[in-house]
Write a protein that binds this ligand. Sequence first.
Ligand SMILES: NC(=O)c1ccc[n+]([C@@H]2O[C@H](COP(=O)([O-])OP(=O)(O)OC[C@H]3O[C@@H](n4cnc5c(N)ncnc54)[C@H](OP(=O)(O)O)[C@@H]3O)[C@@H](O)[C@H]2O)c1
Length: 331
Amino acid sequence: MKKRKLGSSDLEVSAIGLGCMGMSFGYGPPANKQEMISLIRAAVDQGVTFFDTAEVYGPFTNEELVGEALAPVREQVVIATKFGVNLEPSAAKDGPPLNSRPEHIRQVAESSLRRLRTDVIDLFYQHRVDPAVPIEEVAGAVKDLIREGKVRHFGLSEAAAKTIRRAHSVQPVTAVQSEYSLWTRDPEVEVLSTVEELGIGFIPWGPLGQGFLTGKLDVFDGNSDLRTTCPRFTPEAVKANLAVVGWLGAFARRKHATPAQISLAWLLARKPWIVPIPGTRKLKRLQENLGACEVELTAADLTEIESAFSKITVQGDRLPEEHMKLIDRPD
Ligand SMILES: NC(=O)c1ccc[n+]([C@@H]2O[C@H](COP(=O)([O-])OP(=O)(O)OC[C@H]3O[C@@H](n4cnc5c(N)ncnc54)[C@H](OP(=O)(O)O)[C@@H]3O)[C@@H](O)[C@H]2O)c1
């Protein structure tokens, strides 16, 4: 498995990580825990060293799963988790369901350490920028945790360039994680150039378009699949967006690869400090996704992809309206 450095930091991880969220949260009822433990350990055997979770996935159960699965190989892997969502029952009534107050960050860190069965969090991201707490205070709180040895690296998720800069001036940011894929190009507006300038790594979440780009997305379980609430996944939008899947399928066949592999190879080809974290519950798909490291896209391929996607208009927002409101925006 190839390795990548996250920007100019000393944090080196496998070129493709494993997003663990969907094993317990967001994509239908939770999968069988023992099977997911085996899958995570199989990923380690395949050379994956970068695992992504968050307190809010479950909540809590995904961190517990990741902690149990990785405990025997803790020294060999990098665990990333996230703070900043307000999980109190009253959260929705009090405004945006966020909480990045310094004392809360500290509490979350202590709880995540316990659930992850570790004494240090390798990468601790703010999950969403909290408009109620200046980012300098957030960065300061994480800086204190780093000083105390409880956290190794600071990350931000779905942060705008101005916020990344302000945070970075207090505590160097090692990685920014935002949705980025062939059909979600928002980070290209200003975030990618900013992280490149500051020497920060970039972690695309949803690198397979939450499954859509693979061309294999099945019907959702309406009760527990967050995608049912995304404008992009309404039946009408899916029908319109099949143009994406159709083009990608034909291109992948020509390259003797799968659409999932092309989607990941395209991200890897963008910059050497980009590390996608596709999620899956299936060993075969994990192996397929890791195979993207071997798919070479030539300059002509990349131009062809760019040209094809410039002609396709993707229908529907990437997240439900209430989630879009939590995304940090440029001024
Ligand atoms: N920072 C944030 O705000 C944020 C938000 C969401 C997610 N994340 C993180 O990012 C990670 C990845 O994102 P994601 O899981 O939302 O989206 P994703 O990786 O783009 O897609 C995951 C979906 O694709 C399917 N899939 C995976 N490999 C496949 C393959 N080779 N062929 C066909 N289908 C395949 C999976 O189904 P199966 O499981 O059935 O294979 C699952 O439904 C998450 O696990 C989480 O850790 C972060």
